[in-house]
Design a protein around this ligand. Structure first.
Ligand code: 6PG
Length: 233
């Protein structure tokens, strides 16, 4: 089921799925379709990955797919300031679930060097993003408090930079690196993956026009929110 909610900035399309498998498969289909379109148009596909736990099953499914991997360029919307091989690192999750199993060229996978610390890691990633064209697809999660990437309620982020340090994140660890709202918005498409009753309050806020960080992100072609386990009241 798809519902459109037109807002001033962008169209937000809500998609409700009846099972975890259904939402995972729909996300894989959407990603592969976006890749095909971008590679046809630009010869390359620029995707930004979400962290957290929700996308892991989607990444595992992608590891079994056949795609024009040589033309994929992979970025992350945020990572935690932990050692590079720490279990809680978003880049480690994506590599183990997917990227280690497909032939995307190593120099086209851009981990955030969050092990350098939030300030130096943000500076390094901002340098990595210099000259990077508009993304084709940004995948995002939604926190129970309405955060996305590492853009948290009540925290002002320096939008003059493409990647910024986060201090005092309410979701551990406190120190993180995140792409800024402005850089995340330099994308053709945005797909949120939202599963579980824990996200209901954030979805209700979003749909009732309450300003949560997730609503800051608007792709050129609007935003698609893939939901399972939450009611679209
Ligand atoms: C992180 C993510 C964060 C995540 C949401 C949802 O580093 O934790 O970037 O924004 O996407 O908190 O997390 P879950 O998918 O684990 O619910």
């Amino acid at each position: 089921m798809t519902q459109d909610a037109t807002s001033q900035q962008a169209v937000t399309r809500w998609h409700s799925f009846k099972s975890q498998d259904a939402i995972n498969q729909a996300a894989v289909t959407r990603i592969l379709q976006a890749a095909e379109e971008a590679i046809t148009k630009y010869g390359s596909f620029y995707i930004v990955l979400a962290g957290g736990s929700t996308p892991k099953a989607v990444y595992q499914l992608l590891s079994k797919e056949k795609a024009d991997w040589i033309n994929w360029h992979v970025f992350h919307n945020d990572d935690r300031c932990l050692p590079v091989d720490h279990e809680e690192r978003n880049c480690k999750m994506a590599r183990e679930a997917w990227l280690n199993h497909v032939m995307i060229p190593a120099d086209q996978i851009h981990d955030i060097p969050a092990e350098m610390g939030n300030v130096d890691g943000a500076k390094a990633y901002a340098n990595c993003l210099i000259g990077v064209r508009t993304f084709d697809l940004v995948i995002l999660g939604l926190g129970e408090d309405g955060h996305t990437a590492s853009l948290f309620p009540g925290q002002v982020v320096d939008n003059s930079a493409d990647a910024v340090p986060v201090f005092d994140s309410p979701k551990p660890p406190a120190d993180r690196v995140t792409m800024s709202q402005n850089r995340l918005n330099q994308t053709h498409a945005v797909m949120f993956l939202v599963t579980g009753a824990g996200k209901q309050a954030a979805v209700d806020h979003w749909r009732n026009g309450v300003a949560i960080p997730a609503t800051l992100i608007t792709g050129q072609n609007g935003v698609d929110v893939y939901c399972f386990g939450v009611e679209l009241n």
